[in-house]
Design a protein around this ligand. Structure first.
Ligand code: CP
Length: 317
């Protein structure tokens, strides 16, 4: 693959390859000196048409730790505000001879469109409600690490039940994680209020739930998602208080999951709505900050792998 546009394009062995390639970067990132000069001389453009803290910063840090020149384009300060189209923006970035372009955009399929107009690898940093592949990869790496630390790790997630709860309808994180976790052998339960559950998830192999306690029963991992109010178009949703009552992860509610079930959240969190602080900060159970840490390593691996052709280096699964 030249680009990383979605988990849907990856085979199981390719997902495992990316996770394995990220391992050395975890070690490097834990040292005081964090530099490798693998991408020295290359230019990476992060073009973000939507807000981001974790994804933008971790792609920037990843590129810089690998020695690349990293430039960030924030749509709010760009000529997009003067009416420039996405295609013209892509052609402009391409003319600057970037060696990789990382795109976040509010429209599903925007990264694919840009990939079709440029000569370099394109990495999807989240496109609308479609996919957020590096999030799913970093989640898999964080989960694998946490399981290995407990001595429970196998090569993949066979036998594991993961519940993803929240605004499934609007969530590119849910879609990418569903594909990634299933490819690695996990059973995935999706839980949402009826208005926020997309149709046909059974056809994707997921188990749908509207009752959070029923979904939690026996779950080994609970991944919480926020309500994406910025993407909602008239769906009925409960008030934050009602939502918390029905779908908020509390310490009491977590007791219904498997003993020592792990808690995940891609961020940003709305504490007190979909997750209580005393669960989000639960030592040995919550791996939310570990997800952020793994984000840098995964993005280093993805940048390394996808620029190998330009660097005339062998190897992509
Ligand atoms: N998880 C995630 O994509 O976070 P940001 O929106 O802060 O990048």
């Amino acid at each position: 693959h030249r680009d990383l546009l979605g988990i849907a394009q990856l085979e199981r062995h390719e997902i495992l390859y990316v996770l394995d390639q990220a391992e050395p970067w975890i070690d490097l990132n834990r040292q005081s000196s964090k530099h490798a000069d693998l991408l020295s001389g290359l230019t990476i453009i992060n073009a973000f048409f939507e807000n981001s803290t974790r994804t933008l910063l971790s792609f920037e840090i990843a590129g810089k730790r690998l020695g690349a020149d990293v430039v960030n384009m924030h749509a709010a300060q760009s000529s997009v505000k003067k009416g420039e189209t996405l295609i013209d923006t892509a052609i402009t970035l391409n003319a600057m001879r970037a060696d990789a372009i990382v795109i976040r955009h509010a429209s599903s399929g925007a990264t694919q469109l840009i990939a079709s107009k440029v000569d370099c690898p394109v990495l999807n940093a989240g496109d609308g409600q479609h996919e957020h592949p590096t999030q799913a990869l970093l989640d898999a790496l964080a989960l694998r690490h946490a399981l290995r630390e407990r001595g429970e790790a196998a090569e993949d997630f066979t036998g594991l039940t993961v519940t993803i709860c929240g605004d499934i309808l609007h969530s590119r994180v849910a879609r990418s994680n569903l594909l990634c976790l299933q490819a690695l052998g996990a059973t995935v339960r999706l839980c949402a209020p009826p208005a926020l559950m997309p149709a046909g998830v059974e056809a994707l192999g997921a188990q749908p739930f509207h009752d959070f306690d029923a979904a939690l029963a026996g779950s080994d991992v609970v991944m919480m998602l926020r309500l994406q109010t910025e993407r909602m178009q008239g769906q009925f949703i409960p008030s934050p208080r009602e939502y918390h009552h029905l779908y908020g992860l509390t310490k009491e509610r977590l007791k219904g999951a498997a003993p020592d079930a792990l808690v995940m959240h891609p961020g940003p969190m709305n504490r007190g709505v979909e997750i209580d602080s005393d669960v989000a900060d639960l030592i040995d159970r919550s791996i939310i900050t570990r997800q952020v840490e793994m984000g840098v390593a995964i993005r280093m691996a993805c940048l390394d792998i996808l620029t190998r052709r330009a660097r005339q280096v062998e190897g992509w699964a």
